[in-house]
Write a protein that binds this ligand. Structure first.
Ligand SMILES: Cc1cc2nc3c(=O)[nH]c(=O)nc-3n(C[C@H](O)[C@H](O)[C@H](O)COP(=O)(O)OP(=O)(O)OC[C@H]3O[C@@H](n4cnc5c(N)ncnc54)[C@H](O)[C@@H]3O)c2cc1C
Length: 464
């Protein structure tokens, strides 16, 4: 066999399972069709680490609770910022109050701790500027915010350092069952392996045909609102029950803004979304809406499918809007299943540490000076909005599984993600990437093959 385990898909789940399995003596490869890992973890992800209160089923709730407690531990181990937030689920009418009482009692039955049923006065003490006539709320102290991309990339980097073979820009075309193990056919190779973990969403392969009609989908509308002033304590994530099983989630961002997510069963317009938001936070200046987009979302409830594990096939292709939270739990369960199946032993030389990196915007001046003395590139700011230095961009490219695209650099460092959306620094970032990877500027891409930053030369200069 070429590999003991092949992980298909380098999203957060694939990377987390690669990390867990890299603790064992196994020959593992991960195949990802894009230039980078974690490419599909939406940048505008709500980034909320939930606690299981609102999950539809007890199993999903357990996965969220377990994932929540693991994330708190690994955030400090991986040096990722985890910011604790309160979480308020609001009701503002009789029917949603009934629903809220049911949610609260169900959460108590599930054994979820640190949750409280608050009346109007108690709720307004926590968020005094709520615009809606709240009747009751559930208040939870278990929730937090984490960068899902940082989490995914940390899992990937450590897995890479512990021997997992990452095959990027390689697309899986088929998975075929053999008398012993599997054949995985890609656009570049054919591999054999004993176990397949498939995380590529909703793809059809010989081994299993997916019935697309059975997939539950809803709509999700995102608004990124800036300069919200002191209208919020900015300490709580707010969720409220809307009409027809809809939900609104209001999530404070680090820079005095709000990310608002409205989930609905049927399509709504930008104006409908705006009206729903105003109900909770009052009038907003539309000039402060920096980003708006609509996408589809899944709310599957059968996340881990190991019904073919006797053959060696597991799939985690179903999606849930709390799946980042669940990922650490999912990866431990999947790893345990595979380890039991292959009867393998833990590695003695596993290194559970992410290579060091610097984030200049979060450092004290003394610390900055110390690092600039060692490497002058850290003294040169490239992205003024997000205060990202050349040193950080070079490190993002040279690290294990380093960035090869502008999007990869943005996700690792924040460069080009500021208010000017890269107007000031995009070309500087592209030129560092072209220099570091020894490519022409005309070959630098945003995130995929057909997304070139510069389409061609218009004059024959020696350098661009
Ligand atoms: C809008 C939105 C907001 C969310 N907010 C939250 C939140 O606040 N909190 C939370 O806990 N969760 C949240 N989630 C859930 C979470 O972001 C996703 O469910 C999670 O990222 C899914 O990760 P994954 O690894 O399973 O799948 P993916 O990220 O989709 O990874 C699958 C990977 O497989 C690759 N791939 C696909 N086909 C092939 C192929 N043929 N060959 C090779 N590679 C292939 C893809 O390129 C991709 O990298 C949100 C989801 C959405 C959509």
């Amino acid at each position: 066999m070429d590999y003991d385990v092949l992980i298909l898909g380098g999203g957060i789940v694939g990377c987390a399972v690669a990390y867990e399995l890299s603790k064992y003596s196994l020959n593992i490869a991960l195949i990802e069709k894009e230039y980078d890992i974690a490419n599909d973890v939406a940048l505008i992800n709500s980034s909320v680490v939930y606690d299981g209160v609102e999950c539809e089923t007890t199993l999903l709730s357990r996965l969220e609770s377990m994932g929540n407690s693991i994330i708190r531990n690994i955030a400090s181990k991986f040096n990722i910022n985890f910011s604790k937030k309160g979480y308020l689920v609001l009701s503002d009418n009789e029917s949603s109050e009934e629903e809220l009482n049911k949610l609260y009692n169900r959460a108590l039955d599930r054994g979820i701790k640190n949750i409280y049923l608050l009346n109007q006065k108690e709720t307004l003490k926590i968020e005094p500027n709520l615009n809606t006539k709240v009747r009751k709320s559930i208040y939870s102290k278990n929730v937090g915010i984490i960068s899902p991309y940082d989490l995914a990339i940390s899992y990937g980097e450590i897995a890479f350092d512990n021997g997992v073979n990452f095959k990027l820009e390689e697309e899986v075309l088929d998975i075929q069952s053999m008398s012993k193990g599997f054949k995985v056919v890609t656009n570049k190779n054919k591999f054999t392996c004993s176990v397949v973990l498939n995380t590529t969403p909703k793809e059809n392969y010989s081994i299993d045909n997916i019935n697309m009609a059975s997939i539950k989908k809803g709509y999700i509308n995102y608004f990124l609102i800036e300069n919200i002033g002191n209208r919020y304590n900015n300490n709580s994530v707010i969720s409220a029950l809307e009409k027809n099983n809809g939900r609104i989630y209001i999530i404070p961002t680090d820079n005095n803004g709000l990310m608002v997510e409205i989930t609905t069963n049927s399509k709504i317009s930008y104006e409908d979304g705006l009206q729903i938001i105003k109900k909770y936070i009052g009038e907003i200046d539309e000039n402060n809406i920096n980003i708006f987009y609509e996408s589809r979302y899944y709310n599957d409830d059968n996340i881990i499918d190991d019904s073919l594990i006797d053959k060696g096939y597991i799939k985690v292709i179903e999606k849930h809007r709390g799946q980042i939270t669940m990922t650490p739990a999912i990866s431990k369960i999947v790893c345990e299943t595979i380890v039991n199946n292959l009867k393998c032993i833990p590695k003695k030389d596993f290194i559970d540490k992410r290579r060091e990196f610097y984030r200049f915007r979060d450092m004290t001046n003394d610390k900055r000076k110390e690092i600039i003395k060692l490497n002058k590139k850290y003294g040169k700011i490239v992205c003024y909005c997000e205060k990202v230095t050349e040193g950080e961009i070079i490190d993002a490219i040279r690290r294990p599984l380093g960035a090869r695209t502008i999007e990869g650099i943005k996700r690792r460092t924040g460069a080009t993600f500021g208010n000017c959306r890269g107007a000031q620094c995009l070309y500087k970032v592209s030129s560092i990437l072209s220099r570091e990877t020894n490519k022409n500027m005309t070959d630098i891409v945003k995130n995929s093959k057909n997304s070139k930053i510069i389409l061609g030369r218009i004059k024959e200069f020696d350098e661009i």
